[in-house]
Design a protein around this ligand. Structure first.
Ligand code: C2O
Ligand code: CU
Ligand code: CU
Length: 493
């Protein structure tokens, strides 16, 4: 059947422009890894308040070149925000851009009206003031725009930052920001010769099937980066903030590392592994151990997606990318041993009677439909447990495109993948999962207790071109009392 089309599509080059661009052996690790600033919040009305400004600027992304970019409180990317469980947080976000944007707190559990999705637009010059109380376990979250049909473009220009959530007490892991606890925001870009960003293929148009796949990797906005470490153990907070590219992250020498957290929280115990696959939107925290004077290169290997090589070509081909060189000082301070146990995630009790919802990811559709701001796709009971059964059905071309499924508001547990227990890297709490073609995953989640019939949360593919093309739906979380008050959200677009 369609599999026969595979070689034509995969190797034709006109459908897929991201292959054959491996940077392995081409880098010299010349530039010190930029560490996003970690601003202290100001205390205002009993809330830890972060002031953000979305702005345009010029950044030196490639050595000696000037690139017009967007960022929060700077030319490119944004500061790392940090809050602890129980903190009352407020944001004052002013849009200094020439167009409307939004800012979404990816992975944060908060009321829908604070979520920063497509229904909370911030016009040019306007200030948006969301606030909430942090009520979730420690995790590496992030923030980025979420304006419908413009998310890919806004993120690509540089709008993204990390949001770290801490638990009440110490976690026993390396924790000095920028020293042995390091954000690693991975993005692929394409540049024109004059240094400007090339956004060709960023939207789903005609033959761009996954969206933009770049040939140049930036980590925290740094090209060709290295990181110097002075302790034996380094915690890397990995975030795939790329538009479409999937990385199978490990080290060039295949040394093992310890997985200590997935998207939505710490794992039960550190898990020794050599690779972790991250699709757009996913995070993982890993700890790597170095000997004095040693160098280790973090590498994004080509994604593994099963038997059909075409899937791989569509998400990064055979491309391997060196991401970051880690250089250990000649003398290293000995870090404390990793804790044997990290966190016991709150159980999500599933019974044979748990409500299951079906989601079919088609090519550019969800359950056969595309995003409609005025339509509520799912009505969920506040505080309830549900199973979301997500299937990448496959289809044209070559039996399907890869997708990444993200649900706002919840952290979920992957129950099974094609009926089998999830792989090690999917056993922790997640809010985004990679869904390769011909895959069915069951995700168990407990919804928050805030009832709001008027403001929806989103679920969507996190390949940003797919999201912008409409692979997104809306759900409201309501108490039984509010069920009758669910109305299609008002239009402002
Ligand atoms: Cu990271 Cu709905 O997004
Ligand atoms: Cu999100
Ligand atoms: Cu998709």
């Amino acid at each position: 059947g369609l599999v026969a089309l595979g070689p034509v599509i995969g190797y034709g080059g006109w459908l897929y422009a991201g292959s054959g661009r491996s940077n392995v052996g081409r880098l010299s690790f010349r530039n010190r890894l930029r560490i996003p600033p970690l601003p202290a919040p100001t205390e205002r009305n009993g809330r830890k308040t972060f002031v953000l400004r979305a702005q345009e600027g010029t950044a030196e992304l490639l050595p000696g070149r000037r690139t017009r970019t967007w960022g929060y409180n700077g030319a490119h990317l944004g500061p790392t925000l940090r809050a602890a469980r129980g903190d009352r947080v407020a944001i004052e976000l002013t849009n200094g851009l020439g167009e409307t944007t939004t800012t979404h707190w990816h992975g944060m559990r908060l009321p829908a009206v604070m979520d920063g999705g497509p229904h909370q637009p911030i016009g040019p010059g306007a200030t948006w003031r969301p606030y909430w109380t942090v009520e979730q376990p420690a995790a590496t979250l992030w923030y980025h725009p979420h304006l419908h049909r413009r998310t890919a473009a806004h993120v690509y220009r540089g709008m993204a930052g990390m949001f770290l959530v801490d638990d009440d007490g110490p976690d026993g892991l390396p924790g000095e920001y920028g020293v042995d606890d390091v954000p690693v925001i991975v993005q692929d870009k394409k540049f024109h010769d004059d240094g400007s960003l090339d956004d060709g293929g960023i939207t789903f148009q005609g033959l761009s099937l996954t969206g933009l796949l770049g040939d140049t990797i930036l980590v925290n906005g740094t090209y060709d980066p290295y990181l110097e470490v002075t302790r034996t153990h380094t915690r890397l907070r990995l975030l795939n903030a790329s538009n479409a590219r999937v990385y199978d992250i490990g080290f060039a020498d295949d040394r093992p590392f310890w997985l200590v957290a997935t998207d939505a929280g710490l794992t039960a115990a550190p898990q020794r592994m050599r690779r972790i696959m991250l699709s757009p939107g996913e995070r993982a925290e890993i700890v790597v151990v170095l000997r004095p004077g040693e160098r280790a290169v973090l590498r994004g290997h080509p994604p593994r997606m099963g038997a059909n090589r075409i899937y791989e070509r569509l998400t990064g081909g055979d491309d391997a990318f060196d991401l970051l060189q880690i250089r250990a000082a000649a003398r290293l301070e000995q870090s404390p041993p990793l804790p044997a146990r990290l966190a016991e995630p709150e159980p999500i009790p599933v019974t044979p009677r748990t409500l299951t919802r079906e989601f079919v990811m088609g090519d550019f559709t969800l359950n056969g439909r595309t995003m409609d701001h005025g339509r509520i796709d799912q009505v969920v009971t506040a505080g309830s447990v549900e199973i979301w059964r997500v299937t990448n059905a496959g289809g044209f071309p070559a039996n399907g495109l890869p997708h990444s499924f993200h649900v706002h508001e919840v952290g979920f547990q992957v129950l099974d993948v094609n009926g089998r227990p999830p792989a090690a890297h999917l056993r922790g709490r997640k809010d985004t999962v990679f869904v390769p073609p011909r895959t069915t995953m069951r995700l168990a989640m407990r919804f928050g207790r805030w009832s709001d019939p008027a403001h929806p949360y989103m679920y969507h593919c996190h390949l940003l071109a797919h999201e912008d093309a409409g692979m997104m739906g809306q759900f409201v979380v309501v108490s039984p009392r509010d069920r009758g008050r669910v109305r299609p959200p008002g239009g402002h677009h």
